[in-house]
Unconditional design. Structure first.
Length: 164
């Protein structure tokens, strides 16, 4: 409800009508079957616009839906290695990591330790270093290898940003 009178009135097509009393602005909006909307409440006199409020709200929601659709969701794939991984298995999994990175996905590399393997965590760090060296041309580190998290070592790799 617009309380202060007079108001600066803007027509539905954006043209200035002038400074008119609130009652006259409301009557003008009603005769056209539209709504009177307060656009700038802090301005003196208050700026009001004649518009179809339902249509305006619908268009705003539609723009928001399109914007949400355009948001890019980062997909993270996880590849798990073991500290004593055989060379062929290593190359196969590295190929998968490479494929995901080329598709623009982020890759979480996990080294899983079991029982006695926990005594030699340096083996896991060596595998991680080997992965970093093999993929140095393709990746940037999103999150580098930290300390052991439970029985796992993890790092997150991301593809290089494309330069525009």
């Amino acid at each position: 409800m617009i309380r202060l009178s007079p108001v600066r009135l803007v027509d539905a097509d954006g043209s200035q009508v002038g400074i008119v009393p609130v009652e006259e602005a409301l009557a003008l909006a009603r005769t056209r079957g539209l709504d009177l909307v307060e656009v700038a409440p802090t301005a003196r006199p208050i700026v009001c616009k004649i518009m179809d409020w339902g249509k305006y709200r619908y268009e705003q929601e539609k723009k928001a839906r399109v914007a949400r659709r355009k948001e890019h969701q980062i997909e993270v794939k996880e590849i798990k290695f073991r500290p004593g991984v055989a060379d062929h298995d290593f190359q196969t999994k590295l190929g998968l990591v490479r494929k995901f990175l080329e598709q623009g996905k982020h890759v979480k590399v996990t080294i899983m330790f079991r029982r006695r393997e926990m005594r030699r965590p340096e083996n896991g760090y060596e595998v991680m270093e080997r992965i970093k060296q093999e993929l140095a041309d393709l990746v940037r580190l999103e999150r580098d290898v930290g300390a052991l998290e439970g029985r796992d070592l993890t790092m997150v790799l991301a593809p290089h940003r494309k330069s525009a």
